[in-house]
Design a protein around this ligand. Structure first.
Ligand code: FMN
Length: 217
């Protein structure tokens, strides 16, 4: 049994990567971690050139990654939410799994899960529900391919203004927008996955749930 984990986060050893790695390790199975930044992958061009072969006509790493997804017994997709939607690399990866669909449904029946890191606090109804949008993009892909969505991990990420050096005086700073008028770089601090006990527990649970589903097959 092999579980494939794919991270769209371009940041080295990011919160998203580490949450995904905990979920993968928690399966206790053979796993492979893929960082999409290390691959070249264009979005689907909707040409339907894959209809007969189940292989995309675009000659980039999307073919290799689709093959890995096809060979895997389970798939965890991890992304983040720039401008409150799923990041472009992760979205391109999902689109490039489309060739696996025609007549065979190669992903159907496989267990899957989502890891999403977002900076927008989930409890502020005045802001876009970035985490929901990110999780749903992955969940709906899995639903539409007949996969079994077994769980999700929501990680509190960091608005880039925390680290840019101008977070307290810049008129475009996202710190006050996200955390209120009195918020500062110092008062908000840096969010780290390992300090988020709920996210850590969700990552362990996701891995265990995927392993259980696979063993019951
Ligand atoms: C250009 C850009 C725009 C962003 N916009 C949003 C946003 O609209 N909502 C949000 O929740 N996070 C936003 N973020 C923050 C990312 O979700 C945050 O950086 C996340 O923690 C990255 O995850 P990582 O540390 O695992 O790479 C944005 C980040 C970047 C770089």
């Amino acid at each position: 049994m092999k579980v494939l984990g794919v991270s769209g986060s371009p940041i080295k050893n990011s919160n998203t990567d580490r949450a995904l790695q905990v979920a993968l390790e928690s399966t206790g199975l053979q796993t492979e971690f893929i960082k999409l930044k290390d691959y070249s992958i264009a979005p689907c061009q909707a040409c339907l050139g894959c209809l007969k072969t189940n292989i995309c006509v675009i000659e980039d790493d999307g073919r290799l990654l689709a093959e890995k997804a096809k060979e895997a017994d389970a798939l965890i997709i991890a992304g983040f939410t720039p401008y409150s939607s799923l990041d472009a690399r992760t979205k391109a990866f999902i689109e490039r799994l489309y060739p696996l669909r025609h007549t065979h449904g190669y992903m159907a029946g496989k267990p899957g899960g989502a890891v999403i890191t977002c900076a927008i606090p989930a409890d502020n109804a005045m802001l876009p529900p970035a985490c929901d949008f990110g999780v749903n993009a992955i969940r709906f892909y899995m639903m539409e391919e007949g996969m079994e969505f077994v769980g999700e991990v929501r990680v509190k990420g960091n608005v880039p203004c925390i680290k840019c050096g101008h977070g307290d005086e810049c008129t475009m700073s996202g710190i006050k927008m996200l955390y209120g008028e009195d918020a500062t770089v110092a008062s908000v601090g840096v969010n780290t996955f390992e300090e988020q006990t709920d996210a850590l527990a969700a990552a362990v649970e996701l891995g265990k749930n995927i392993a259980e589903r696979l063993k019951s097959k």
